[in-house]
Design a protein around this ligand. Structure first.
Ligand SMILES: [Zn+2]
Length: 484
């Protein structure tokens, strides 16, 4: 899991810390210093948004959600599911086909059916384009929000001691988003759409009714609107009744989750709890007396986060004895070893996870990162290959480009390193920086090579100035003012 705890917005700009850690070329550090201005006090009030990347959880969520997306006429590959590391109960859609699910919501669903119900409701908002209609001002904020999502990604890679290799996306617009409420009409329409999609996908909509019921009860009982989700999705008794009536009339109302789906849900919840709660809480939630797979998985994570490394490894190895072909337990073992500074031992664990799930880009990136961190010149080429293969699938992953630029620098391939840095900035939506690195890459790459052309393309799509265009016209034959 690539995971980061929310960072205090009052902390100094993390980017510089990350850069120290990554040991990037001084040029990048000099360029980026000063780009991040101190947060205003108003901005500092708002919590940053941290997104969690985890191959196993993303796979489970897609298995849950894809039938619903298909039933709604959406292409499941086009819908991005983002996991927000936040214990508040919330879910929202943004920027077209982006579904954001808080960890706090996922862990409060008791079974896949409840989670799928909530996803179906959000899909109803997505397919209905409700956000765009609800607030034009919000739409503007959203564009900036999504841009900002990328902005802090690199900042995240290592600043937190809790999360080497983490990706943190931070946004000052998150608060703006969460206060955007839907109208009662939109809520009713999303509920109805949810039931339609679920029925079409042969899934019961009972879970959605149950989920709303549980929290309606809590809200009435506590006399407060406690959950952000129900601030943006106003919940009334009439609404639940209307939903219940329609849901219970569906032919699939009696369908239940398969034992396998439930088992995966339990693993997902245990893993999320173990990564987001304090280890001591995990030891309470999953006591030694609980010998089930999710509980032992959670305890292995908690021991690792509690720096009880040997216990974590012992438990992980025991899980691997039972499940030698589980790529995610191998990934966990690799992560534990990597993060305590044993990349040589992390390498075979990550390698096994890649063998077991070769199409997962983040697993390849783990392997590439471990290889790179061994500081063994003989392993550089393989590190580059693995990182590149990861980027072939996820070209917009700035962390992958960051690793790649380090790897090329290590090999003394300056032009390729600058090009990777340009790609990294490009993925972050930072046109000025992308252009500057691309210009430098052009000076160092063989003219007319595919990489040189790619660097040229990046310059051309990154708002080039007249001087830049003149420099391009000279095709790098004379010294350029940007050259260092
Ligand atoms: Zn809603």
């Amino acid at each position: 899991m690539n995971f980061s705890l929310s960072r205090s917005p009052k902390a100094p700009p993390p980017r510089r810390r990350a850069l120290r850690w990554t040991g990037l070329v001084a040029g990048l550090a000099a360029m980026t210093t000063g780009l991040l201005t101190p947060l205003s006090s108003a901005m500092a009030q708002e919590a940053p948004l941290s997104l969690i990347r985890d191959t196993e959880i993303e796979a489970i969520l897609h298995e849950d959600a894809d039938p619903v997306f298909i039933a709604a006429g959406l292409d499941p590959k086009a819908v991005q599911i983002h996991i927000v590391g936040d214990n508040e109960l919330n879910a929202f859609v943004a920027g077209g086909q982006n579904l954001f699910l808080n960890t706090g919501l996922i862990v409060k669903t008791k079974n896949p059916n409840q989670l799928i119900g909530v996803i179906a409701h959000e899909t109803g908002h997505m397919a209905g384009g409700h956000l765009a209609r609800s607030d034009q001002g919000g739409k503007q904020a959203l564009a900036t929000f999504l841009f900002t999502l990328g902005l802090a990604a690199v900042a995240a890679v290592a600043g937190s001691p809790d999360a080497a290799g983490a990706l943190l996306y931070s946004s000052d617009y998150f608060a703006t988003l969460t206060i955007l409420g839907y109208t009662r009409t939109q809520e009713a329409s999303a509920d109805q759409a949810a039931v339609t999609y679920l029925e079409r996908a042969h899934i019961s909509s009972r879970g959605l009714v149950e989920f709303f019921d549980n929290f309606r009860y809590e809200e009435v009982f506590s006399g407060a609107r406690r959950y952000p989700f129900f601030q943006s999705h106003p919940l009334t008794s009439e609404r639940i009744e209307a939903l219940r009536v329609r849901a219970s009339q569906q032919s699939n109302y009696g369908e239940v989750d398969t034992p396998l789906a439930q088992a995966k849900h339990d693993v997902m919840v245990a893993k999320l709890k173990a990564f987001t709660n304090l280890p001591q809480q995990t030891f309470v939630d999953f006591p030694e007396s609980d010998t089930g797979f999710p509980a032992r998985y959670a305890r292995a994570i908690a021991y690792y986060r509690d720096l009880q490394t040997e216990r974590a490894l012992k438990l992980t190895d025991a899980l691997l004895t039972e499940h030698p072909n589980d790529p995610y337990i191998w990934e966990l073992k690799g992560q534990i070893l990597f993060e305590i500074g044993r990349p040589k031992e992390a390498e075979p664990a990550h390698r096994r996870s890649v063998e077991l799930k070769p199409d997962a880009p983040l697993l390849r990136m783990n392997l590439g990162q471990a290889l790179l961190s061994e500081y063994d010149p003989k392993k550089l080429d393989e590190a580059i290959t693995e990182i590149r293969r990861s980027l072939d699938v996820e070209a917009d992953n700035p962390y992958g480009w960051l690793l790649l630029s380090q790897a090329y620098d290590r090999k003394g391939m300056g032009g390729m390193a600058r090009l990777a840095a340009a790609e990294q900035e490009f993925a972050l939506g930072q046109a000025v920086e992308a252009k500057t690195f691309a210009m430098r890459a052009r000076h160092q790459l063989p003219k007319n090579s595919p990489e040189w052309r790619r660097a040229t393309d990046i310059v051309l799509v990154s708002k080039p100035s007249k001087d830049d265009l003149r420099a391009l016209a000279r095709e790098g034959s004379v010294d350029d003012p940007v050259r260092r």
